[in-house]
Design a protein around this ligand. Structure first.
Ligand SMILES: [Fe+2]
Length: 392
């Protein structure tokens, strides 16, 4: 291993280890150690002490060491690399830490921990319907490979259809439980969509329902929506689904200034009736940690009066309308009839959905819906595809 120059930005060099071991350079705040790649990397002493492999319980898999209980700032008395392990003997403490260099290397650059659920999204367009991922209810209940493929399609494409659903209330819960836990909204654990005599929501009428994401007035709107079609024999009422990622990616190309406004400025949404008054501020276009479009929040029937300064609206409103019109373009919208026995599952922060109007007395139409969350979906996916750090 090459001798590394002493650090210049972390304090004074204190000692250099034995000539038989790879050289570790100690400073006041941390140490510099050669990585398997040949590069040297600096690690802070607090980080090293807190993340000593002995800090974690193999039973609970949680951190069992509490750094707040250290009497003084952690500092190495000595450190050496032998083979593929860094060994640190700590000053002011009867403790030695041994780190695999491969573990240290994965944290050397300050990048986020690798995440198997951080899959690139695949934008889709109006012709996607034949290719929508389909899985039977029975396979989801019994087959881990089917479950993994299903969740993967939800992360990548944001939409899927469960077929052969039993015509029961429990079927929806059972399907949702494969991905997570039912996530209540202020409407409760479930909602039933059919025509109501005194509707409190446009969904409960036979009118057309414009493209939207659900419950934007909630501070954290639910992430995944399940709609189980229990009966559908009405005339009309085509289901409409569009990929917000596809539309927003195009908008970014066509109208970068408008994209910037819609992805940086929060606007108000509301949901109000006799005994509730839910309000939140959301960005129409949501970006992920990589700066990629990850979703939308949009709902004309739940958009509050925008309370931005009026001169900001001179630019915001035209951009908002340009995007809203783009989103309705036939290029993006799948139109089909969701059949009884089918349950469509979609990312409520990404996929806009709507419905054409239907003739209420032409037959029956009954949908039962519920939600789960995105984070729980990704958690289930990671558990299916990765070993985890602490599995033995
Ligand atoms: Fe909806």
């Amino acid at each position: 291993m090459p001798i590394q120059p002493p650090p210049t930005d972390h304090g004074t060099t204190m000692n250099v280890m034995t000539p038989t071991a790879a050289t570790v350079t100690l400073s006041e705040t941390g140490l510099t150690v050669p990585m398997p790649s040949g590069e040297s990397a600096y690690f802070n002493y607090y980080w090293l002490r807190d993340n000593c492999p002995t800090s974690f319980s193999s039973v609970t898999r949680e951190r069992s060491f509490d750094i707040f209980h250290l009497e003084s700032a952690p500092k190495a008395a000595s450190a050496e690399v032998a083979g593929d392990t860094l060994t640190i003997t700590w000053a002011d403490e009867e403790h030695t830490s041994k780190f695999p260099l491969t573990l240290l290397e994965s944290y050397a650059s300050g990048n986020r921990r690798a995440d198997p659920a951080d899959l690139p999204r695949k934008a889709w367009f109006s012709d996607h319907y034949p290719d929508v991922h389909r899985v039977s209810f029975a396979d989801l209940q019994s087959d881990n490979a089917a479950k993994k493929a299903w969740i993967e399609s939800m992360i990548v494409e944001g939409v899927s259809i469960i077929t052969d659903m039993p015509d029961t209330d429990e079927a929806l819960t059972d399907a949702a439980n494969v991905m997570g836990k039912v996530r209540p909204t202020f409407f409760g654990d479930y909602f039933d969509v059919y025509t109501h005599i005194n509707p409190t929501n446009t969904a409960y009428t036979a009118s057309a329902l414009e493209l939207h994401t659900d419950t934007p007035a909630e501070e954290h709107a639910p992430g995944i929506q399940f709609l189980h079609m229990r009966a559908n024999s009405v005339k009309g009422g085509l289901n409409l689904f569009g990929d917000g990622v596809a539309a927003a990616n195009d908008f970014r190309e066509i109208d970068p200034e408008g994209f910037k406004l819609l992805s940086e400025i929060d606007i108000p949404f509301y949901c109000e009736h006799d005994d509730y008054d839910m309000r939140s501020y959301q960005r129409v276009i949501e970006l992920d940690q990589h700066g990629e479009v990850s979703g939308l929040t949009i709902s004309q029937h739940m958009l509050d009066l925008i309370d931005l300064p009026q001169d900001v609206l001179d630019a915001y409103y035209p951009a908002f309308c340009r995007f809203g019109k783009l989103l309705q373009d036939d290029k993006y919208i799948m139109k089909f009839t969701l059949q009884a026995t089918e349950c469509i599952v979609f990312d409520n922060h990404r996929i806009v959905h709507g419905r054409e109007g239907y003739t209420a007395d032409s037959g029956s139409r009954y949908l039962r819906g519920t939600y789960t969350d995105r984070a729980e979906m990704r958690s289930n996916y990671r558990a299916l595809v990765s070993e985890g750090r602490f599995k033995e």
